[in-house]
Design a protein around this ligand. Structure first.
Ligand code: 3HC
Length: 312
């Protein structure tokens, strides 16, 4: 047996023993290539999601219905940009530059969460995004706090602290609208109807259809599967909707004897259509990102020149 092969096998055994013992893997630790590449993909796409997610909400800053709601929305969107920076920094520890991540995104080689490829038509959508989209993200991210990769886990702990404010402010918007006029209640219900199913799609493919869930669970990158997390979110959110008088747009929802809810199935054709680039806003979101990345090049160049001056 080749020395390198023995070393590789020994290293892999030692690595898996660390994973099985719930130890954190740090950037300078040896790690198998499929662990590294899985993390590069997942963390960078998570970062892209945070930044692209600023677009649909950003459309409503100038049209927020009060100064208070404008301030809250500004704070939330600023948080999302910061989440993107934490996650790009965590992804860069795996040996890939931020410029490379952005290039992959612009070339269509990297994705971001499908949820941001739907339009925000009115103020109720901002409530639905905060409550449902950030609520789904929290369900996923609370679990990711226990991911085996140290920098990702620590980024999640920080991000989760801010996400709970995002979810609550969204639910407050929906609650206020449901206590409002007939038109406001209709707007909130319409937003619920448009955002419920895309929010469930945020948890990814069904466990049996996910090409990567196996690796994610073997290496404890993910601690719960896509379906487990999706179910957790559904069971938690249906009572929240009913509490403020919203109807969940799923005719198969029934309260069962054990206190949980039965529910229908996602339209997986819609899921894969949007994931594969043909959603309502895919082209618009990417074009916007490319345009402002290029227009902002001078800021990056100035910052780099200043750093070069300080360090020469
Ligand atoms: N949106 C976009 N692409 C998706 C997707 C979704 N909802 N679900 C799956 N995909 C893509 C995958 O990226 C993969 O594409 P690729 O091969 O080009 O990379 C392909 O579909 C196959 O899917 P996988 O089996 O690999 O998907 P996973 O089992 O890994 O599940 C995931 C996808 C749920 C996004 C998972 O990667 C994950 O949990 N990522 C970390 C959490 C995350 O990224 N959340 C983003 C939510 S938005 C957010 O947090 C912002 C907040 O402020 C609202």
């Amino acid at each position: 047996m080749e020395l390198t092969q023995v070393t590789e096998e020994t290293l892999l055994k030692e690595f898996q023993a660390k994973i099985d013992a719930d130890a954190k893997i740090e950037p300078n630790d040896w790690m198998p290539e499929d662990y590294r590449t899985h993390l590069i993909r997942q963390i960078s796409q998570h970062a892209h999601s945070e930044v692209i997610g600023m677009q649909p909400e950003g459309n409503w800053i100038t049209r927020a219905p009060s100064l208070r709601s404008k301030k809250i929305l500004l704070a939330k969107i600023q948080d999302e940009g910061g989440h993107g920076l934490y996650l790009y920094s965590a992804a860069e520890t795996l040996g890939v530059s931020r410029d490379q991540f952005i290039q992959w995104l612009h070339e269509g080689k990297a994705k971001y969460s499908s949820i941001f490829n739907y339009p925000t038509l009115n103020w109720a959508d901002i409530g639905a995004i905060g409550w449902l989209v950030d609520g789904a993200a929290i369900t996923n991210q609370v679990s990711l706090q226990r991911t085996s990769y140290g920098p990702y886990s620590r980024a999640m702990v920080r991000i989760c602290k801010e996400e709970s404010f995002h979810q609550r402010q969204g639910y407050e918007i929906m609650w206020k609208m449901m206590e409002g006029t007939k038109e406001q209640r209709a707007m909130a219900q319409d937003a619920m109807n448009r955002w419920w199913w895309p929010a469930l799609m945020m948890f990814g493919p069904k466990d049996g259809d996910s090409p990567r869930s196996g690796t994610a669970m073997k290496y404890k990158i993910k601690r719960e599967t896509n379906d487990q997390l999706r179910e957790k979110f559904i069971q938690k959110t249906i009572p929240q909707a009913h509490l403020i008088g919203l109807t969940v747009p799923d005719s198969e929802i029934k309260l069962l004897e054990d206190g949980t809810y039965s529910h229908g199935e996602i339209d997986w054709n819609e899921f894969w259509t949007v994931v594969n680039g043909d959603g309502p806003c895919n082209k618009q979101r990417l074009a916007h990102h490319v345009k402002y990345h290029e227009e902002g090049a001078w800021v990056r160049e100035c910052a780099q020149a200043f750093e070069d001056y300080l360090t020469k």
